[in-house]
Ligand binder design. Structure first.
Ligand code: UTP
Length: 275
């Protein structure tokens, strides 16, 4: 059973400056809902209600969002706008939220290690809220939990990307698991390779199921590409023992950490909303 979901949310979000100067990237809205709320909803749909957030300086708005605002509640009670709070109220009721701070932004791997204190010694999900995923049938995290239950090892979500974009992602090499067309056992992975060095065009996106031995590996992982502690490097250690599955999920993913992806997501969700 996966009971906890970690949200690394300490990054500076420099691609959205100046919007992210005093506002967390994870709080930027697609229509009326902040990115991180979409991620928490996906986790809840996957049966997870323990939410752990790695935050940082200037990120307090995330904590306030997942809390009751008594003044506001009082102000709109009984009015037509009250319904607008239904979804967030439901999340606050269903979930527990805990927070820890990453003091130095030393990369995603370091952020995940910072979250150990909230996760403990059990397998857990990781959602990068700026990768917004949607599938009508079954959420991406739900699909990944099914895969985890079958293989009982770490699982990363992958997507085919244009070859000239491999330098934006962790890229895998792997062998299709017999009898599947969407499940690979990873043999190698490279962080942000130039297209000429990329082992494939199968890119890791911001959804992971990790087994807790990842923490010990991360403690030993040296800073890699960009001077940051990379989760890809730690996963490679697990992959060497055949213990990482890559899963080509069903659904859409928007890279809302980039302006183009953010606009695309906004338009897509707006079109769906129209009667
Ligand atoms: P990104 O590289 O996409 O986020 O990290 P960023 O650094 O905030 O964005 P830019 O490139 O400056 O615009 C992927 C995820 O990892 C988290 C980020 O918050 C994001 O969710 N992260 C990254 C941390 O929590 N800590 C870090 O030190 C680095």
């Amino acid at each position: 059973m996966i009971k906890k979901c970690l949200f690394p949310a300490a990054g500076y979000g420099t691609r959205f400056l100046p919007a992210t100067k005093a506002t967390p990237k994870e709080m930027l809205p697609i229509l009326t809902k902040p990115l991180i709320q979409y991620g928490v909803e996906e986790a809840v749909l996957a049966g997870i209600n323990t939410i752990a957030v790695v935050s940082g300086r200037g990120k307090r708005a995330i904590e306030d969002h997942f809390d009751i605002s008594y003044e506001l509640e009082h102000q709109i009670k009984g009015g037509s706008k009250e319904v607008l709070l239904d979804e967030i109220r439901a999340l606050i009721t269903k979930c527990t939220f805990s927070y820890t701070r990453q003091v130095e932004m030393k990369g995603l791997g370091h952020a995940i290690l910072t979250g150990e204190t909230l996760i403990g010694n059990e397998p857990f999900a990781v959602v990068l809220a700026d990768d917004l995923c949607h599938n009508d049938d079954k959420g991406v995290l739900s699909q990944m939990i099914d895969v985890y239950e079958k293989y009982q090892c770490s699982v990363v979500a992958i997507e085919e990307v244009p070859m000239d974009q491999t330098n934006k992602y962790g890229v895998i090499a792997g062998k299709l698991v017999d009898g599947t067309d969407d499940t690979y056992r990873i043999t190698d992975m490279v962080e942000k390779p130039d297209p000429k060095d990329a082992p494939s065009n199968l890119a890791i996106i911001g959804r992971y199921i990790l087994t807790p031995d990842i923490f010990d590996i991360l403690r030993e992982t040296k800073a890699g590409k960009g001077g940051e502690i990379q989760i890809t490097d730690a996963l490679l250690e697990q992959a060497k023992q055949g213990k990482v599955i890559a899963f080509k999920f069903k659904g859409k993913r928007f890279d809302c950490g980039s302006v183009d992806g953010f606009v695309e997501a906004t338009n897509w969700f707006y079109d769906r909303m129209k009667p």
